[in-house]
Design a protein around this ligand. Sequence first.
Ligand code: FUB
Length: 342
Amino acid sequence: AASDTAASTDRAKVDPSRYLSQPLVTEIYTADPSAHVWDGKIYVYPSHDIDGPTPEDDLGAHFEMRDYRVLSMDSIGGKVTTHPVALDVKDVPWADKQMWAPDAARKNGTYFLYFPAKDKQGAFRIGVATSRSPVGPFKAAPQPIKGSFSIDPSVFTDDDGKSYMYFGGIWGGQLQRNVTGTYDPQGSKTDLEAPGKPALSPKVAAMADDMMEFAEKPRDVAILDKAGKPLLGGDADRRFFEAAWMHKYKGRYYLSYSTGDTHYLVYATGTSPYGPFTYQGRILEPTEGWTSHHSIVEWDGRWWLFYHDTQLSGTTRLRNVKVTELFYNPDGTIKTINPMLK
Ligand code: FUB
């Protein structure tokens, strides 16, 4: 992610009452919140940001996270508990560094933590770890998920019980280095470098019954404009960058994601978990800090957007997670949220 420390530090001096919502926790820095409701309680699986020594660059080398900690709460607006370390990179045999945005799932009483990390060759892969408790500790599988690559896994379970992993991210997320299915360290640094061609797509794969593997080769998730044409690589305000999330509202599938260098959270809708999805609009205008990453869940009959900004630190690498209510229009479109109050 590009450097914007000076700009965001200035914005951090803004009166806190101008923010739409306040950080969920202040004792640690957290980002990329994946929220789930299990047994009436809300669990948030965030990245755990730390202040490492690496300078900022366009590939996010400054996001040097080494472990995960789960947050939980009985209600939105209620007390938030920060749980002890759920998984440390030193306990993941294949992983070297950069424990980026995770997600979790539950099946038959087992909780699954899915996480990206760089392996010893510097390639992002996606790992899985299990626990009998939603807050861990989790035990990592010895190898990354076979056939996995890139970053930002999120696992959606449909009404029929079938689960799908969405994943991928360009630039530092390395999707552009995996176009052939094999990691190419010499591949393009950022994207396809073809602004007039279809943008790189997020990936989706159905999960095997045991939730430890893909049941199929990951497929491209097509994101189309209203005319049915794929969004192009040069369409930076709308094309996929990272942070895919799937939710279902009134029978329709909503794929939401970050546009990265243009800092929007946007969404596209479809009639199947595999897509294609038609671009609809923005969910969240740019927040403080370079990255934007979110999840959407229903709790107590209302819909909630978990997101992050850099209110506490004013520094892109040290983020804090937040939550705000999400509203739909009668036609199923989502009302755009401005994270800063006017
Ligand atoms: O937290 C590290 C990376 O920054 C995530 O994987 C991206 O989605 C972005 O938020």
